[in-house]
Design a protein around this ligand. Structure first.
Ligand code: UT7
Length: 331
């Protein structure tokens, strides 16, 4: 059975920077509140004409360039998004089209903030089964176009943002020294409505109703409840992959947690007993980009030389669903 390794990563965010001060002009909030309660200093939102699949394309092209392989080497695309460009089809086919690759499969997955972790697990299975050799895994989101930028939506509008990250994942042999060592994946649909976008949904007759736009069409979150589950599930899940891989927290070079709130990451760090240099955070600059937070952060860590080949790293994510999970990787 081959091993799986991440060959290279890429990221892309829109040029438009939205500061806390800009939001405070439209919403009853303040730079101080947002920094203290979330750690966020700024985020990126798309401009008219940009799209999630467009960000995914840029991130993927950068990842492919760093990997030093042409898009034609890809065997499959796994595209994680909770905010596809259109209700149907998903975003993967637009990326397949725009990368100008052959008729390779492009699979969308809807696992929200855990999207990249889930997507990577699929790529790992495709590769280990021998079905595919090179898989592109993408997390791409545009949250800004369905956010309630008003006092009513202030607990989400200050947090969520746009961006994309991509990883080229490839089969390798044992001599390469890289390996995905363990997985831990979960869901708990009992809490589905604590962080969701109610409409449009095919449960409604008709699916598209004008009055839903304002009443059910925005991302809605019970922040306190989500927070409580996030700070329990992520440490639990990281510990699970460490146990499965026969490793301990001291062995970890770096943990990359989903960037939901800096206070959540700090609590995850504390509960696992990790040092500051063992946990990477960049929510200050990007906000919460849902499925894109983990690959964007991974790309920054690689660019800064914080991760070297052979290092032990863990990825963990938690979000809407609820869905959560972790990967333990010998990079
Ligand atoms: O991506 C994965 C899922 N997402 C998350 O994991 C996010 C989890 N939740 C959170 O990050 C936090 O719960 C929030 C940042 C959303 C909220 O922080 P909090 O400390 O839990 O605040 P809270 O909801 O308990 O609200 C405290 C107060 C409330 O006012 P009152 O009722 O005490 O008068 C809110 O109305 O803060 C108020 N508030 C705000 N004030 C200024 C909520 N949002 C804002 C805001 N600016 N943007």
């Amino acid at each position: 059975m081959p091993n799986t390794r991440i060959l290279a990563t890429g990221r892309a965010v829109p040029d438009r920077v939205v500061t806390n001060a800009e939001l405070a002009e439209k919403i009853d909030t303040s730079d101080e509140w947002i920094r203290q309660r979330t750690g966020i200093e700024q985020r990126h939102w798309i401009a008219v004409g940009e799209s999630g699949s467009g960000l995914a394309l840029k991130a993927s092209e950068r990842a492919l360039a760093k990997a030093g392989i042409p898009a034609s080497d890809l065997d499959a695309i796994v595209y994680a998004t909770s905010t596809p460009d259109h209700f149907a089809p998903g975003g993967g086919v637009y990326l397949q089209r725009d990368l100008n690759v052959g008729t390779i499969p492009a699979l969308d997955i809807r696992t929200q903030c855990s999207g990249f972790v889930y997507g990577l697990s699929l790529a790992d299975c495709y590769i280990k089964s021998g079905m595919y050799r090179t898989v592109l895994v993408v997390g791409a989101e545009v949250q800004s176009t369905a956010m309630d930028v008003s006092d009513r939506g202030r607990n989400t509008a200050v947090i969520f943002a746009d961006g994309a990250g991509a990883a080229v994942v490839q089969a390798c042999d044992e001599a390469a020294g890289s390996e995905i060592l363990a997985w831990d994946l979960h869901s708990e649909g009992a809490h589905a409505e604590l962080l969701w976008v109610d409409a449009p949904g095919s449960v409604y007759h008709p699916r598209n109703q004008a009055e839903h736009i304002d009443s059910k069409g925005y991302l809605s979150m019970d922040g306190k409840e989500v927070f409580k589950h996030a700070v329990t599930r992520m440490p639990e899940s990281v510990q699970a992959v460490l146990d499965k891989g026969g490793k301990s927290t001291e062995d970890l070079t770096l943990l990359i947690p989903h960037q939901a709130n800096l206070r959540i990451s700090e609590m995850v760090q504390k509960r696992l007993g990790l040092r500051d240099d063992q946990v990477y955070n960049n929510i200050q600059r990007y906000g919460n980009t849902t499925s894109a937070t983990v690959p964007i952060a991974l790309d920054e860590c690689l660019e800064q030389g914080l991760i070297q080949r052979g290092d032990l790293i863990a990825l963990t994510a938690f979000g809407s669903g609820f869905l959560w999970g972790s990967a333990l990787i010998r990079y």
